[in-house]
Design a protein around this ligand. Structure first.
Ligand code: KG4
Ligand code: ZN
Length: 347
């Protein structure tokens, strides 16, 4: 018998995405970003919900067309239940419920963070998927976690940020450099032309495997304010070096704790996931650890790093196999802990 076909829907922040998976193979992965937020320097929740409303039907329609399947071939509908912006999540949740109900197929809720990690198991995400147990540095605009992944549904958070996420550190300091939102990919591009050792920014001293990024943001702000008083063109004249130095600082902070966790847990299987895992400097830093520390590294294909529905469809497939379905009373939730019993279903 052929593998079931599952539709995945993602709408947790500012990307409306739909994907079709069959087995572990992605047949389509369509996303509509929202440019409307650039003018505001960050995601405006109300505008995000409205854009999801406009995008969701065309995006799902395109995903089905690209996959070359009919609605009646869908075996289940998976959707992001949380965490994320409630108004955004409501659009995907309501759509998924209606679709599952009209097709009379199972509805499957997915935790967005679990999905970022499980993107590694999509057939073309990696040459080989990671082996359990592995550590996954999960770094996005809203989260920074070191997760000990013992099995698909057995996840333990061993470190997390106590304030800003790594993606926020890129985006908020980018704002100080007067870059558009989201600044992460722009800093990545400009950093390639700069020298990372030009400026030194402060690194936090935090216990254990936890992170902190709010001090870095403040130290960059004070530094820039001081320099701009002396030279109003300071940022423009030093932009590439500022980006390279900032990026290096963020990566050093991330890698220090990841190395510490790898030593403590004696694990050499190390993965990265989430929007910031698209960063070329972070990818290079992982490659360096592969050579110097003998890590087996797992870096997902670029299209599965930032928010996408392929990763949602992947988790939905894992739950489908285990018959873990949601009923129609399931509600979107802005906070949805990775370790909550809903995710942490032991086989
Ligand atoms: O996973 P994601 O798409 O959305 C959330 O779940 O938050 O991550 C978005 C974050 C943003 O902060 C964005 O600036 C950052 O990922 N990002 C990057 C890069 N691409 C996206 N940060 C650094 N370098 C990149 N190349
Ligand atoms: Zn995300």
């Amino acid at each position: 018998m052929s593998e079931p076909i599952i539709l995945g829907i993602e709408s947790s922040c500012d990307d409306t995405s739909a994907a079709v998976i069959q087995g572990n193979r992605i047949l389509s992965n369509v996303a509509a970003g929202q440019k409307v937020h650039i003018a505001y320097g960050g995601v405006v929740p109300e505008l995000a919900s409205r854009a999801h409303q406009q995008n969701i039907i065309p995006v799902v329609y395109q995903a089905l067309q690209k996959a070359n399947i009919q609605q009646n071939e869908i075996s289940a509908v998976g959707f992001t239940r949380g965490p994320g912006l409630l108004g955004s999540l409501l659009v995907g949740t309501s759509f998924a419920k209606s679709m599952a109900m009209s097709l009379n197929v199972p509805l499957i809720e997915v935790n967005h963070l679990q999905a970022h990690i499980m993107a590694h198991f999509i057939e073309d995400a990696n040459p080989h998927p990671p082996k359990f147990p592995f550590l996954c540095l999960t770094v996005s605009g809203g989260h920074t976690l070191i997760v000990l992944v013992k099995d698909y549904f057995d996840l333990e958070i061993v470190g997390r940020t106590i304030d800003d996420a790594a993606g926020e550190a890129f985006d908020k300091t980018g704002k100080i450099f007067e870059l558009d939102y989201p600044a992460g990919p722009i800093i990545d591009r400009l950093a390639k032309e700069g020298k990372p050792d030009t400026f030194t920014f402060s690194k936090p001293k935090i216990e254990g495997f936890n992170y902190s990024f709010s001090g870095l943001k403040t130290s960059v702000l004070y530094f820039i304010q001081k320099e701009v008083k002396k030279n109003p063109d300071f940022v423009r004249e030093n932009l590439n070096n500022l980006c390279a130095s900032l990026q290096k600082t963020i990566i050093d902070i991330l890698m220090d704790k990841l190395e510490k966790a790898a030593r403590e847990f004696q694990i050499h299987e190390i993965a990265i996931a989430g929007g910031v895992s698209a960063n070329s400097g972070l990818r290079t830093a992982m490659e360096e650890r592969r050579k110097s520390l003998g890590w087996n590294i797992y870096i997902p294909k670029f299209e599965y790093t930032t928010d996408n529905a392929a990763m949602i469809a992947m988790v939905a497939r894992l739950k489908y196999e285990r018959k873990i379905f949601s009923d129609l009373t399931v509600a979107a939730t802005a906070r949805y802990d990775l370790e909550s019993e809903l995710v942490n279903i032991k086989k």
